[in-house]
Write a protein that binds this ligand. Structure first.
Ligand code: ARG
Length: 461
């Protein structure tokens, strides 16, 4: 049997493989709410413009409401032979209200319909993700406030570099998430234009009111070019780019959780709630949630790559290629949502091993820069020379196998005779972090400031 929606020119139905490659209802049924909202806005506009009769529009509205509740109650049968969500909804509408259903598609094409539905979906998802990211920022800032003064090793090259505080480290991710939210907000701003009324590609001869449908669907304005309206998928690329960057940030954090919780580091503890065991090694406590959060960045970046490749070389206007924009996007955005939730859960769950952290912070001569700075400040030695003197003192400590503060004054004076007892005041990790009071620095007072500023900005949950 040829297709009811477009089968006028056809005498037979599609080959099974044709149907298999073409069908999208398996995944685009997710767009049902947006599809129905779009149709309702379109029908109301058609009626207001007197393109269809008011009584037909009313029947259409009622029918669409019925379909929405049928879908939400799980009572709707999605049919593969009807290809996609748009034709499934329209066909059911015809069953429910008869002939007036056929008037809904006046001045509209599935091309502008799907572009509208998907923009609405992506916009809704961005809003949910934004709330989740804000929640994660809150969790991080709260934990940071509690540990503004908890000293931990700061690394460069994953080698002990200078002591920092755990709170300071967590606040770094609050900043990253702030930029991530900004990127999503930018994408949202640009995507918030309505393609509805672009019709197939050229616009329509009917006197439609695109401003009205745009406003009804919460768009800022209609898209200005009908070819662009139906073929643009920038909004998908931009959103997935923002998602990928966010996923990369969270993957870095996840990696740190994996490192910190490894017994070889032993800097952070997760409770049983965020740990799994091993089926063979009874002692194991594995950070699987962090590992999966790290790994899921792969599929999110994959979705971005996927859509970029789909769009590359695609001539204007619509081509069925763009149907491939959805699965990767659905998958990537739900993966990101899950990752954010898992990271927020781990942040709330984790506790630093403060004693071990502090001890580790002092390892590897981590206060050597403090010693060099002391030489500059107290003896007015140029920094490069102070660096050299400090290097020699570190070498001496290393030969003796002791940390810097365990060298005697005489031993230090053997390298630089003007060094005084006062130098010991800067060699402890606590004093080291306390001294880093520059704006954005790790001094506990600064960290508290940062955390409080963010918590105020984020507001209560
Ligand atoms: N299912 C299609 C998609 O997702 C809808 C648009 C189909 N348009 C068309 N002319 N075949 O892109």
């Amino acid at each position: 049997m040829s297709n009811k929606m477009w089968g006028g020119r056809f005498s037979t139905g599609p080959d099974a493989i044709m149907e298999e490659i073409n069908v999208s209802i398996g995944f685009d049924q997710r767009l049902y709410a947006q599809d129905i909202a779009g149709s309702k806005a379109h029908a109301a506009m058609l009626s207001a413009q007197k393109i269809i009769a008011a009584k037909d529009a009313q029947k259409i509205q009622k029918g669409l409401d019925t379909i929405l509740s049928e879908i939400e109650a799980g009572k709707f049968t999605f049919r593969r032979d009807l290809e996609d969500i748009h034709m499934n909804v329209e066909s059911r509408l015809a069953e429910l209200i008869g002939a007036p259903a056929g008037r809904l598609h006046t001045a509209r094409s599935r091309n502008d319909q799907v572009a509208t539905d998907f923009r609405l979906y992506v916009r809704d998802t961005i809003d949910t993700l934004d709330e989740q990211m804000a929640d994660l920022q809150r969790a991080l800032a709260e934990k940071a406030l509690a540990h503004a003064g908890t000293v931990m090793p700061g690394f460069t090259h994953l080698q002990n570099a200078q002591p920092v505080t755990f709170g300071h480290h967590l606040m770094a991710y609050v900043e990253m998430l702030g930029r991530d939210r900004g990127r999503f907000a930018d994408a949202r701003k640009r995507l918030n234009e309505s393609p509805l009324g672009s019709a197939a590609l050229a616009g329509t001869s009917f006197p439609i009111d695109r401003e009205a449908t745009a406003a009804a669907l919460g768009f800022d304005r209609p898209t200005a070019n009908s070819l662009d309206g139906v073929s643009d998928r920038d909004f998908v690329m931009e959103t997935l780019a923002a998602a990928s960057i966010c996923a990369v940030h969270l993957s870095r954090f996840a990696e740190e959780i994996v490192i910190w919780t490894s017994p070889a580091f032993g800097l952070v503890k997760l409770t049983d709630a965020f740990t799994t065991g091993s089926s063979i090694m009874p002692q194991k406590r594995n950070p699987d949630a962090a590992e999966l959060a790290r790994a899921k960045s792969g599929r999110i970046i994959g979705a971005l790559t996927g859509i970029l490749v789909v769009m590359k070389g695609l001539p204007l206007a619509y081509a069925k290629d763009t149907q491939e924009d959805k699965e990767g996007t659905f998958d990537a955005l739900s993966a990101l949502s899950l990752v954010i939730a898992a990271i927020a859960g781990m942040v709330r769950d984790m506790e630093p091993e403060a004693t071990r952290m502090k001890a580790a912070a002092g390892q590897g001569y981590a206060t050597a820069t403090d010693l060099a700075d002391w030489l500059v400040r107290t003896l007015n030695i140029p920094f490069r020379e102070a660096h050299h003197v400090t290097g020699r003192i570190v070498a001496l400590a290393s030969e003796r196998g002791v940390p810097l503060h365990r060298l005697s004054l005489e031993e230090m004076q053997g390298v630089e005779k003007r060094i005084t007892q006062d130098v010991f005041s800067v060699l402890s990790v606590t004093n080291s972090v306390r001294s880093r009071t520059s704006y954005g620095g790790t001094a506990p007072a600064r960290v508290r400031q940062q955390a409080r500023r963010w918590l105020k900005k984020l507001g209560p949950a």
